[in-house]
Design a protein around this ligand. Sequence first.
Ligand SMILES: [Zn+2]
Length: 489
Amino acid sequence: MTWKRRSFLILCLPAILALLGAPARAQVGQKPPAMGIPESPSLVGDTTALAREAQDWLAELVKINTTNPPGNEQAAAKYIAGILTKEGIPFEILDLTPGRSALVARLRSSIVPDPSKALLLVAHMDVVGVDKSKWTVDPFGAVIKDGYLWGRGSIDDKSMVAGNLAAFVALKRGNVHINRDVIFLATADEEQFGDASLKMLIAKYWDKIAAGFAINEGGRVALKDGKVHYVAVQAAEKVSINVSVTATGQGGHASRPSKDNPVVHLAAAVEKIGNYTAPVRLTSIVRRYFEGLSAIEDPETAKWMRVIDEPDRAEHAQRVLSDANPSWNSMMRDTIAPTMLEAGIRANVIPSDAHAVLNMRLLPGDTIDVLLNQLNKLVNDPSVKLEVMQDGGLAAPNSSIETEFYAEITRVCAKEFGGAPVLPYMSTGATDSSQLRLHNVQAYGLRPFPLSDEDEQRVHGDNERIPLASFAKGVDLMTRIVAEFSVTR
Ligand SMILES: [Zn+2]
């Protein structure tokens, strides 16, 4: 730290402390709170004015109703096109289905592009529906109140569309030399994963978006008591696969029950499967996650996180952590959740078949056949059949946590948030990043806006809102990450 920086810190300390206590009360246009440390300008300059502009973009995007279905993302794509036109950045609107489009724009580093080096900034424009009666504001009004911008998509994922756009525009305005192509991509149909989704976009337009690295939603900057508690960078995700369970037997009149009633066989099978616990397999990402998290957990929990891999204590540690938190349990093993049951048409008729659906979440690299084999042995009933259903997820590989981009994200976040732990993370739910990873893209999930658990829980729920101070901080963070990784010094 230079002398100048140190005196700046001393002079500003009371102001920083005051901000730390009240980040959510920041007013529109106010400089974002440092959330831990003083700021220095990014490689592309100060982002205060840019964040204010991006907040207006976010508000306008929230006002464009892109509830999926039907999506109507083309309207949002056209709005973004208007911004890029003003900035003099060429773009393309990529049509998918009627009314549904994605938008792509590229800043070139050289005449001949090298996709393996390119950085893709990706976010989706569609949102999930609302139950208007439960909202205290108009969900598509982009109301600014109490230091928040309220509305569907204000977090998921229009904040990221606006944040990525700001980081992208900053490179153009900064008039810097970049050492890799930077691609801005606003996608459609993430929430339903249908005919206009990233999968279709890749199938139709891969050459326009091919990249070696990507940043997407899926990770988080966790805020606790006004301070950044940790940063989780998603580098892998579990694979969702549905399996049908069918029991068959002799149907007939319920007044003469027999031993091969399929309802009874199905119930017994579901009971066994539902209570099955798959063995633990710790991936390198999950190991690193617990290692990092142990620095901020309570001493008792931290103690078990530290010995999760030690031969004599691992088993007990894994049990304690699995019991403590369903997410941790799911990060350590394949899981199975019976979710649907169906049998019978009349109260007095024994049906000849009965059905259940299991939602399985596999660790990346695990295969469904091995697990099904295990379950068949466990059920041990020839009248019960397990079959993989067609709508299963894809077993995408992990993103490496040894890449230069992962290292850059970690470095920038640690610096920006006063050394808060930056953890690699495997999400138990699915994101579009699996599609990118299947195409050899090192994709990382990080929504850069510091958010409390309370605000995170509003995603897909009622009264979704983003603190304005967090939005500004996230714009700054994303701008720094993108600039540090792509600007030639
Ligand atoms: Zn999302």
